[in-house]
Ligand binder design. Structure first.
Ligand code: MN
Length: 323
């Protein structure tokens, strides 16, 4: 691994133009990692990098330091050939959607990720399936370089860790997760502040929207399976943003008997975006059947079918795993 960290350093040193990509519909890990790396490239290497996002940017993360640095892929010159493109937390190339071409066109490509399903699609692949978040991998890299970690960088890494461990309650909450948290708090991060900024700034309509989706949950197989769906109608009724669905699927999983919980959301183009959570069942084979990916107990996919059909197909597939 240390050789890879050195190679990453050399590539940054040699590059005149650098772009960092987050995955589509970005979360706290991909955004926190992108900004942490962006700031490190500036502080330690004296260079500017572009942090680019694809899809809808959730308002939720606007508290992150230097958040304004994020650029929408639709606003950048897609013919530009960067010297170096770095994808962070991007499990597969198709998660770059409309940014795929710019990534492919770069002279050198790097993939830093912690998804077990990542096949290593770049020229340099730094993948650690045991890392709780990509922020953890970056932290190791920065330490290996002996690069100073500013409070802003520490805060970005903390968001990456806090969100991907579900505030230190998912199965990826390893001893290393707490060691990382302790280190970041040592740089001045205040966990209660980051928590409030991230989780307790919801609009009123989001609370009402979420309550409605939870109320419409249907339970199957003696309560072992919980499914709820969100139509475009539900979205417009509450003026819901894309990030309004954040966290609902965990509420469904919190029922005592539930083994598998799913939220199915109708997309703008009439397909169905699925978020799945389980308590003990490995979800990766299920989502991979539908072209998705993720982690063992937390995974997702987009089913290219109308929501009613997708619902039945997914339910049958999940029921085949649950007696
Ligand atoms: Mn992640």
């Amino acid at each position: 691994m240390e050789n890879l960290y050195l190679e990453l350093k050399n590539r940054i040193v040699e590059a005149d133009s650098i772009v960092i990509f987050s995955h589509v519909n970005p979360d706290g890990d991909t955004l926190g990692s992108s900004l942490a790396l962006n700031l490190m490239i500036e502080n330690y290497f004296g260079k500017k990098a572009d942090s680019v996002f694809v899809g809808t940017m959730p308002n939720l993360y606007s508290y992150l330091p230097e958040f304004y640095r994020f650029k929408n892929i639709e606003g950048i010159d897609k013919d530009k050939k960067y010297d170096l493109a770095i994808a962070v937390d991007v499990a597969s190339k198709d998660r770059l959607v409309t940014a795929t071409q710019v990534f492919n066109d770069a002279k050198y490509r790097i993939n830093i990720d912690h998804h077990v399903t990542n096949i290593g699609y770049a020229d340099l692949n730094i993948i650690d399936g045991d890392a709780a978040c990509v922020g953890m991998i970056l932290h190791r890299i920065f330490k290996e370089w002996d690069a100073p970690i500013s409070l802003d960088i520490a805060r970005c890494l903390y968001t990456s860790l806090m969100t991907d461990t579900g505030c230190f309650k998912y199965d990826n909450t390893s001893p290393d997760a707490f060691i990382l948290a302790a280190d970041l708090v040592g740089y001045g991060v205040m966990p209660y502040k980051e928590y409030r900024e991230c989780y307790e700034t919801k609009p009123q309509s989001m609370i009402q929207f979420q309550a409605n989706i939870v109320a419409n949950t249907i339970f199957y197989n003696q309560g072992k399976i919980a499914f709820s769906k969100i139509t475009r109608n539900d979205m417009s009724k509450y003026n819901a943003e894309d990030d309004y669905t954040e966290g609902i699927v965990e509420v469904l999983r919190s029922s005592k008997n539930v083994e598998v919980a799913a939220i199915l959301k109708e997309t703008k183009d009439g397909y169905t975006k699925v978020s799945l959570r389980s308590k003990t069942l490995d979800l990766t084979p299920i989502v991979m059947d539908f072209g998705g990916g993720g982690h063992k107990f937390s995974a997702g996919c987009t089913i290219k079918k109308p929501i009613a059909i997708a619902f039945d197909k997914l339910l049958k597939r999940v029921q085949s795993e649950i007696e």
